[in-house]
Design a protein around this ligand. Structure first.
Ligand code: NDP
Length: 285
């Protein structure tokens, strides 16, 4: 039987309309309009397009946004100084540094300079530590936050579920594992050295895949009835977007599955908006 499709576009639209209502309330009751400050370095077309999408989404939700666009040869000090200016600006509640940064800039040093109280992406080690040790943090990384919302809003049982996450990056795999652990899943975190990956994946009630290998995970990785969340986004030769999961075969075995596109992708921006509004609400209280 074909799996139920988890419609990320519809769930993201619902979150964006909830965010808009929260923005209206903050403006009406507290005179606070949430503000996002974006820093873009260089002219990477994909980064430019992501930033434009984020700014458009802010405008639609009533969130104020502004951008500092630095040239590709900008110094690390210039980037850190732009972050400092946003940190001191009371109308900016959340700061986003669009990644990747040019090679001559030390990304870790830049991310360390974003104050945890305004770190829209939740990448600062203080926030990472808070998430692992306290189970929550003021900002939760947007894509992992989106994965959790997809599961919750699709009524996927989490408590006691066996969850397998493939991919251990700081921006996706590790925070997804942390969030699922917080929700009382039993979590296994896999990577390129995992032995018998299909066998481990087949133990999962919830399988989250974030590896960047187009269509690698096929039906042989999936326990019948499992929920499959495909975070991967790659470009096929014809220019279309493909995930890490072979949707055609996997959807014959899974119980629920996200497509690519229109799965996890739209959730990332929705959760960025939610993080920004949460920060403004903290500032208003
Ligand atoms: P990274 O390249 O940082 O990490 C990839 C991870 O996958 C690593 O942990 C790596 O293992 C693991 N991996 C790679 N190949 C294999 C393999 N053959 N078997 C098992 N594990 C493997 O990627 P990201 O986490 O940044 O991104 C992953 C995917 O998610 C990409 O397609 C990216 O475009 C997409 N993405 C989508 C977002 C969205 O908004 N929907 C947001 C962010 C990312 P090891 O650590 O051992 O090298």
């Amino acid at each position: 039987m074909a799996a139920e499709i988890i419609d990320g576009r519809a769930i993201a639209a619902a979150i964006r309309s909830e965010v808009k209502a929260q923005v209206d309330e903050l403006v009406r009751d507290h005179g606070v309009r949430p503000g996002l400050g974006v820093i873009l370095v260089g002219d990477n077309p994909a980064s430019r397009s992501y930033v434009t999408m984020k700014e458009k989404a802010c405008a639609e939700a009533g969130i104020y946004s502004e951008e500092v666009h630095l040239p590709a040869d900008a110094s690390q000090e210039a980037v850190i100084s732009a972050i400092g200016a946003y940190a001191a600006n009371a109308s900016i509640h959340a700061i986003l540094v669009q990644l990747p940064l040019p090679d001559h800039i030390d990304e870790h040093a830049v991310l360390l300079s974003v104050p945890p109280a305004k770190d829209a992406d939740g990448f600062h080690p203080f926030l990472v530590g808070e998430l692992w040790s306290q189970g929550t943090a003021d900002f939760i990384p947007c894509t992992p936050y989106g994965v959790l919302e997809l599961l919750k809003r699709s009524d996927v049982p989490l408590v006691g579920a066996r969850a397998v996450v493939i991919g251990r990056s700081n921006i996706v795999g590790k925070p997804v594992a942390s969030l699922l652990l917080r929700e009382h899943c039993t979590v296994t975190l896999c990577h390129s050295r995992t032995r018998d990956l299909p066998g481990v994946a087949r133990e999962a009630d919830i399988l989250v895949v974030a590896i960047g290998r187009p269509k690698m995970v096929d039906a042989s990785y999936i326990k019948p009835g499992a929920t499959v969340i495909d975070v991967g986004i790659s470009r096929a030769e014809d220019g279309s977007l493909v995930g890490d999961v072979d949707f055609e075969s996997a959807s014959q075995v899974a119980g629920k599955i996200t497509p690519v596109p229109k799965g996890v992708g739209p959730m990332t921006i929705a959760m960025l908006l939610q993080n920004t509004v949460n920060a403004a609400a903290r500032a208003a209280s």
